[in-house]
Design a protein around this ligand. Sequence first.
Ligand code: HEM
Length: 244
Amino acid sequence: MSTVASPITRGVPPIRAGQGHSFFWRRLHSLSGIIPVGAFLLEHFISNAFATNGWKAYGDQVKFLTGLPFVLVLEIVGIYIPLLYHSLYGFYIWFRGQSNVRDYPWAGNFMYAAQRWTGAIAFFYMAWHTYTMRFSGIHLLTNSQAAFHKVQVEMHNPWSLAFYVIGITAASWHFAYGLYLFSAKWGITVSDKSRQRFGWVCVALAITLIGVGLATVSAFFRPGDAYNPPASTWESTSETAGNH
Ligand code: HEM
């Protein structure tokens, strides 16, 4: 419940200069959601979609990415720092503000709450996903061709699979609606009509991302072309990888 009367009764309020020290940090939070975090999310969806071409194509894509020069610097500067900033400042915005979704039951307020909850779900999902895929088990930077198998083992655990589906859906929604918010706040969609039209583009983007994500997940369940060695081989592969 807001105590300050606002001239804006509907739509997304722009970020204005002169709103105290937080102006710069709010702008940075907003921009970081698109570049680099949103751009990375799109790249990640596309790269993982190579799984639909089979385990070899997937391994080759992982090899390309992990073989980029200065890969660790790229990861830290291009992904970890901006993502951590966007996430922590996102929680700060959330807990400093008041979610008034029950007092004002209109679509904008539902979307306001959904943006915060999808961000939180994405945060815990990404922490778990990064730990399991990057920092534990078989080391993909030195064993890129084992990537399909590593994800496949993860996916065949029903709890992991459910978390993947929820995480993909939350991140897709958050980014697509974030693009809508960003365009309104930065003066790209100025009129009500342009916001409404762009809103449908963002709905289409959310559906597309969820569709691509689920198609990618399903590629790890395809019989036949999947590289699926027996459990004993997986154990020894893991142990070998641990020695690198
Ligand atoms: C998949 C990773 C993420 C992407 C691609 C992403 C992207 C975005 C984008 C594009 C926006 C719109 C920027 C704007 O308001 O102008 C946004 C807003 C927001 N994000 Fe994220 N985000 C991600 C993760 C997170 C996480 C983990 C949190 C933690 C809670 C979070 C919290 C927020 C909040 C609270 C807003 C709304 C800010 C406001 O209403 O002013 N985001 N995000």
